[in-house]
Structure formats: C-alpha cells, structure tokens
Write a protein that binds this ligand. Structure first.
Ligand code: PNS
Length: 160
C-alpha cells in the first residue's frame, strides 16, 4: 500500500521553510499532498486561487507531490482521501502551543490519524509567512525567504 501524507496549511504565502518541510516529507512518503486550506482563521493576503497557483508551482518540481485545496475540517479531508498522516512544520517553542492544541484536537476527532512534526533546516527556522508579508508590504526584498515564484507574486501584489 502506498504511504500517503497530507501537509496542510494556509501557505499565505509559501516560504523556504515550507519548501524545506515539503522536501523532507516527500522523501519519507510515496505521495505527499500539499493541502491548501480554503477557510483559515485569519484574512489572507493571497486568494485561494493564488495560494493554489503557488502550491502547484512547488509541486511541479517534485514527482510525488500534489497540490490540492481543501475546505472544511482537515481531519474530514484526510479521512476522505484515505490518509493517516498529517505533517506539520515545527520551528520554535513559539509554534508549540498552537500546534499542540491543534494536534490533540485533531486526534480527539480522528484517533487513527497521526500528526508528524518535522523541523525545517535551522537556517529557515525563523522565517514566517507573516513576517514575509510585512516585509513585502513595506517594499522590502523577500527573495531570501521565499521561492522565486512567490517573490514574483509578492512584487505583483504590492506593485505601486
Ligand atoms: O498555515 P496555518 O495557517 O498554520 O495552517 C492552519 C490549518 C489550515 C492547518 C488549520 O487552520 C486547519 O486545519 N484548518 C482547517 C479547519 C480545521 O480543521 N480546523 C480545526 C483545527 S484543530
């Protein structure tokens, strides 16, 4: 049976930290679904269409990665496609509380689904989508923090 994992997120936008986690997870599983959440807790800078376009650009660089959008509860989506593993990136202590709450809530709803935390490369451990958005909105250069296609999308978004 093929080993399938789901890496969910709002990816608003994808950063090099996300890319690093995708590479690591894609080495462990036969198939990795980069699951872009339609409904997220906060307002997003990029629409679901734009976030999917970025996720697809990344998935196109790896043979066993696929970008898919999902709506509703993550655990429902995971069960619907027959997956058993959710991947989440963990950067620092500051991520822990939010991730811990989400992982245990998901476990309560879907006891057969495991959440697997993966740490991105140390040099990416400080990068976050929110900081990237702020830098871009203030006219800064984000090319060291995001893939080139995201950098281009940010430039277009904040073009004068
Ligand atoms: O990149 P993010 O914003 O940290 O990702 C959070 C995400 C999208 C994985 C989370 O909000 C989620 O799973 N949303 C779908 C709705 C859901 O299942 N909510 C209950 C989570 S305990």
């Amino acid at each position: 049976m093929k080993k399938l994992a789901v890496y969910p997120g709002s990816f608003d936008p994808l950063t090099l930290g996300h890319v690093d986690v995708v590479h690591r997870a894609a080495r462990l599983f036969d198939h990795l679904i980069l699951a872009v959440a339609v409904s997220v807790r906060k307002d997003t800078l990029f629409s679901i269409k734009e976030r999917m376009a970025m996720a697809r650009s990344l998935a196109a660089t790896m043979p066993n990665v696929e970008a898919v959008e999902f709506n509703g509860l993550l655990v429902d989506y995971v069960r619907q496609i027959g997956a058993r593993v959710i991947i989440r990136g963990l950067r620092a202590f500051s991520d822990f509380e939010y991730e811990f709450q989400m992982a245990l809530t998901n476990r309560k709803m879907a006891p057969n689904v495991e959440v697997l935390f993966m740490m991105p490369r140390e040099s990416y451990s400080y990068i976050s989508s929110s900081v990237v958005r702020e830098i871009a909105s203030l006219g800064g250069d984000t090319s060291k923090f995001v893939p080139s296609f995201v950098h281009a999308a940010l430039k277009r978004k904040f073009a004068p």
